[in-house]
Design a protein around this ligand. Structure first.
Ligand code: UDP
Length: 326
């Protein structure tokens, strides 16, 4: 059987871990990435085809060469703040780029599509933990762009039989336990890598964005999910689609939230170093708490997080941080 999967954005953080998970399960990941943010040396589990998702000619060429049975689509811009100041960049790449990719899937008879979505589709949720049925009211162009693609996938499913799984990540974190790939964003904006930078003394002291939230210690609560667990969920979603499952959307989180202070404590414990930090103002658009209800993915995909306890997340991220920073 044909086990080739086209992985857009496969040179990036979640995409590279997904490639490793795919290859362990007997799939061949063909990475399609323009390397604008991805890293060529993160492509280790299959070929790299350099290309832009907005380049339909190049996409057709790569699909005609490799005949993938499915697409996993990670290629997207992810900086929420930048999406507010430069929305065109996000709607062009994330929405128009995804549309071209879906049209290519349709035209080449590829009927399985796994999409990298986000908890940002929920905006400021009223109910926590958040079920998939919660209102989709994104509060920034990044979140809108992801929700628009989910809507387009639903319509392509109805019209063309393109079956899809939209996976809504909560806070992706950690690194490959074998240290073969990990998080390398530039600029880095995420809490755990910034806290590790501060602990290692390679970055500025951490600024905690607000300590006056209605949470036990006043800092924001997030649901951190290990990137290797995310990767396994993508393979499970793909296998479900290939096995005849209907299109659906799933939250990927643990169902447990941790405050920023709890994350700092975990980083200090795991690294054995202090995390220099100060308290700053709230970051615009940050909800007090974002926690998944991940029960649907457990029920339908048989998926559950295995190494997403905070210590494992921080320990794997720290090992990767030390490898990258020497
Ligand atoms: N955060 C922080 N200081 C930072 C970066 C993040 O206090 O320098 C907080 C942020 O307000 C949020 C949590 O850490 O409550 C996780 O933020 P991150 O940017 O990692 O992920 P997001 O929740 O935005 O997807």
């Amino acid at each position: 059987s044909n086990c080739t999967v086209l992985v857009t954005g496969g040179a990036g953080f979640v995409g590279s871990h997904a490639c490793k998970a795919l290859s362990r399960r007997g799939f061949t990941p063909v990475v399609y990435d323009n390397l604008s943010y991805g890293h060529e040396d993160a492509v280790r589990w299959g070929p790299l085809e350099r290309g832009d998702i907005l380049d339909r000619t190049r996409l057709d060429e790569v699909i005609a060469t490799h005949h993938p049975a499915a697409i996993m689509h990670f290629a997207a811009f992810i900086a929420v703040g930048e999406s507010v100041t430069d929305p065109g960049k996000y709607y062009r790449n994330n929405v128009a780029g995804s549309l071209g990719l879906m049209e290519a899937a349709r035209d080449h008879g590829i009927s399985a599509f796994v999409f990298s979505s986000t908890a940002a589709v929920y905006g400021l949720p009223e109910v926590v933990p958040i079920p998939e049925s919660a209102p989709k009211l994104p509060i920034n162009p990044y979140g809108h762009s992801k929700w628009m693609v989910e809507c387009m996938l639903r319509d392509f499913g109805e019209a063309h039989g393109l079956k899809s799984m939209a996976l809504r990540y909560f806070n992706a974190a950690g690194a490959d336990p074998d240290c073969e790939t990990g998080e390398r964003h530039d600029p880095e904006t995420h809490l755990i890598p910034l806290a590790l930078d501060a602990a290692a003394g390679v970055g500025k002291p951490l600024t905690v964005f607000g300590e006056d939230y209605d949470t036990p210690d006043g800092t924001c609560i997030r649901d951190y999910i290990h990137v290797a667990d995310l990767a396994e969920a993508h393979v499970a979603a793909l296998q479900a689609l290939l096995g005849g499952a209907d299109s659906n959307a799933y939250n990927l989180g643990t169902g447990n939230g941790f405050t920023v202070r709890q994350v700092i404590d975990a980083v200090e414990k795991v690294t054995g170093r202090a995390v220099p930090h100060s308290i700053g103002p709230r970051r615009p658009g940050d909800p007090a708490a974002l926690v998944a209800d991940p029960s649907a993915a457990n029920r339908d995909l048989g998926w559950r997080p295995r190494i997403s306890d905070l210590d494992s997340i921080v320990a794997t991220a720290w090992a990767w941080h030390q490898k990258v920073n020497g």
